[in-house]
Write a protein that binds this ligand. Structure first.
Ligand code: G3P
Ligand code: CA
Length: 387
């Protein structure tokens, strides 16, 4: 299987961290917690990674549990809920602009199929060894892409979100940086982002390399520094290595299922799998150029055949021993995504015991978590801190 498809806090070297957490989450998550927002340690300008609340609540594709993903509406709701960090996935347009979509195939998250003028652009492509039929960002100029409207990816599970279909367009990364600047000025604090390069080897192969374009935009908006309020992430280690030479912002290597191989490894003939990368030698190698890991939750606590959680692996301890933080993905409130013991009732789209699941994940010592439901995650994080 290829990457991207399967879907302790560090005790050493972090003085005063617990004290930081106590004030930081209350400040950053005030809206969600019913507490008046206030300036806090976690909101200080220029504080870097160590100023973030732990556990850090990362809004996965924005507040995608409530709004169509990767829209300014989804990002705004996540920020208003108090999410500590807001995620963007990046793909390019034909004319080289970086836009926020989870994949270049925009069939499922835009109304492109309803545009007769683009009917001829429908095509079949192989991306990272998988065949897709649909419409692709790299076949549209930004001006053309801007005529499309975003829609809910999983309407069968999140019917309520379809209320917002058509309300927002596909944002560029530059628009997100400008939005973050405006919101930062209004709130008197930095707005943290978590920016992922999607299919970087594929795009470099068609002349649309992502990293240089991303680095240029980061520099333009002063987000390229060691203490800039953004993480840069990728499932392809070579993308992170390339970024490490272009900018000083914190870097996170994403890890898919244990049996998978990053696509750049496949292309380069590197035989290592994710199972190799989570061994101490692999972690040491990652720590030589990155500051963190974004593992699938199953690498932290695997599930058994019935979908129930088993025993935690040593990944949190081992990664922390190498100085790496962990931001695993993805917690979602619906039964269909939860471990079996946290499901409630028989309706897949109903919410299960998400608070119970968050608690188990936080108890493993992770530094943060990607979630489609940042409001739930913030309350769970506050519960966890209280013990
Ligand atoms: O980037 C962390 C998480 O978002 C990885 O999964 O496939 O949703 O980008 P994906
Ligand atoms: Ca992502």
């Amino acid at each position: 299987m290829t990457q991207g498809k399967a879907n302790e806090q560090q005790q050493g070297g972090r003085p005063g961290r617990r004290a930081v957490l106590t004030t930081a989450v209350l400040g950053a998550g005030g809206a969600a917690l019913g507490v008046a927002p206030a300036a806090s340690a976690g909101e200080r300008r220029g504080g870097g990674i160590r100023s973030l609340p732990v556990p850090t609540v990362i809004a996965h594709r924005g507040a995608s549990g409530y709004r169509p993903e990767h829209t300014l509406g989804s990002y705004q709701l996540a920020l208003d809920m108090g999410a500590h960090v807001i995620e963007q996935d990046l793909v390019p347009t034909k004319d080289g602009h970086l836009v926020c979509r989870h994949e270049n195939d925009i069939t499922g998250t835009t109304d492109v199929a309803d545009h007769p003028e683009f009917a001829g652009r429908k095509t079949t492509k192989s991306v990272d060894g998988v065949s897709y039929t649909g419409w692709f960002t790299e076949d549209f100029t930004l001006a053309e892409l801007k005529t499309l409207r975003a829609k809910e990816r999983i309407p069968g599970t999140r019917q309520e979100n379809t209320l917002y279909d058509g309300r927002w367009d596909v944002p560029t990364l530059e628009e997100v940086f400008q939005w973050a600047e405006r919101e930062g000025r209004k709130r008197g604090r930095e707005i943290w982002l978590h920016i992922e390069t999607k299919h970087p080897t594929y795009f470099r192969g068609i002349g649309l390399g992502l990293e240089e374009r991303l680095a240029k935009l980061l520099r333009k908006y002063g987000r390229h520094k060691k203490h800039s309020p953004n993480f840069l992430q990728s499932f392809e280690p070579s993308s992170i290595q390339r970024l490490s030479k272009l900018v000083d912002a914190p870097l996170v290597v994403l890890l898919s299922s244990a049996a998978s191989r990053p696509w750049d490894f496949v292309e380069a003939g590197d035989p290592r799998t994710v199972a190799d990368l989570v061994k101490p030698e692999g972690l040491k190698w990652i720590a030589s150029y990155a500051q963190g890991l974004g593992p699938t939750l199953d690498l932290i606590i695997p599930r058994d055949a019935s979908g129930r959680l088993t025993q935690p692996t040593t990944l949190v301890r081992d990664a922390h021993a190498e100085g790496l933080i962990l931001h695993p993905y993805t917690m979602r409130n619906e039964n269909s995504f939860l471990p079996a013991e946290f499901r409630r009732g028989t309706v897949a789209s109903d919410y299960g015991d998400a608070f119970g699941a968050f608690k188990v994940w936080f108890e493993t010592g992770i530094d943060g978590i990607f979630t489609d439901n940042p409001d739930t995650g913030l309350l769970a994080a506050a519960d966890f801190r209280k013990g």
